[in-house]
Design a binder for this molecule. Structure first.
Ligand SMILES: [Zn+2]
Length: 238
C-alpha cells in the first residue's frame, strides 16, 4: 500500500476519524484532504516535525475533507515557516472560504493544477467526479511518483470510466475508493456497484475507504482491500 492513513471514516461515522491518505517524498509531506480530525492526528503523530514542505490535495469542500485545512495552514506558516501548497481545481470558492475564516493569502500557495507548483518529482491530475453536484464540485486525483500511479477518489458517486480503463490497462497500481454499503445516491459508490465495475482479478489493487460502518469483512469477501489495519493503533485510539 503506497499511502498511509490516519483516518478512514465517513463524515457521520467519527469512530474511524475523517478519511485521510498521506505519503512522503523525502521530507515533504503530502495529504489527500484535511478533514476536521486530520490536522490533530498528523500533529499528534509528529508528522510536522522535520517536514520541509506540506502539500494538500483537496478533493472537495465538505467539512470532513477540509475542516482543519485553515488551522493546518496557519500552524505551518506561524510555527514551521512553511507556506502550505494547496491543490484544488476550483480555486475561487476555496480562496474565499479561507479568507472568510481568517487565513491570509500569504500563508499558502493555491494551485488549480499541481504542475504549476514547479515540483517535477510528482505528477498529478484531477478527475472531476459526481458528488452532491448542486453544492460542491468534487475531484479525484491521479498521482504518479516513484514509478507508480495511484487514484484517490475523495467522495464520488462514480468510478470514472477513464480511471477504470487505466486500471484494466494496468496503468494504475492502486485505487483508493470511497465505498458504502447503504444507498447514498450520488454521494458515494456502493460496494455492489464496484463489483459490477471491477473484474475480480483487478480487485486486489482497489482499497475501499470512507466507511460509514464496520463492513470491512464484507469488502474483503468480495476480493477488495481495506485500509483500517494500516492505521497505527496509537493514532487510531486518539
Ligand atoms: Zn463529501
Amino acid at each position: 500500500m503506497m499511502l498511509g492513513f490516519v483516518g478512514c471514516g465517513a463524515a457521520l461515522y467519527p469512530e474511524l476519524y475523517n478519511s485521510n491518505g498521506f505519503f512522503w517524498i523525502e521530507k515533504d509531506l503530502f495529504l489527500l484532504d484535511c478533514g476536521e480530525t486530520t490536522f490533530r492526528q498528523h500533529y499528534m503523530a509528529g508528522h510536522f516535525k522535520g517536514a520541509r514542505n506540506v502539500t494538500v490535495f483537496l478533493t472537495h469542500m465538505h467539512a470532513d475533507h477540509m475542516g482543519s485545512l485553515g488551522t493546518l495552514v496557519v500552524y505551518c506558516y506561524l510555527k514551521l515557516g512553511i507556506r502550505t501548497t494547496i491543490v484544488f481545481p476550483d480555486t475561487e470558492p476555496l480562496a474565499t472560504v479561507l479568507r472568510l475564516t481568517g487565513v491570509e493569502q500569504e500563508h499558502y500557495r493555491l494551485f488549480s493544477e499541481y504542475g504549476q507548483s514547479g515540483d517535477s518529482r510528482l505528477a498529478a491530475s484531477a478527475v472531476q467526479v459526481r458528488h452532491h453536484d448542486s453544492m460542491v464540485k468534487a475531484f479525484g486525483y491521479l498521482l504518479s511518483y516513484g514509478g507508480k500511479t495511484i487514484y484517490y477518489s475523495g467522495d464520488a458517486g462514480e468510478f470514472p470510466g477513464s480511471v477504470r480503463q487505466k486500471l484494466l490497462d494496468n496503468e494504475i497500481d492502486e485505487v483508493y475508493q470511497d465505498t458504502s454499503v447503504e444507498d447514498h445516491g450520488e454521494a458515494h459508490v456502493r460496494l455492489s456497484y464496484l463489483e459490477e465495475q471491477i473484474p475480480k482479478q483487478y480487485r486486489s489493487k482497489v482499497y475501499c475507504m470512507h466507511y460509514d460502518g464496520m463492513y470491512m469483512e464484507q469488502i474483503r469477501e468480495k476480493g477488495f482491500q481495506t485500509i483500517e489495519k494500516a492505521i497505527p493503533s496509537s493514532i487510531f485510539k486518539l
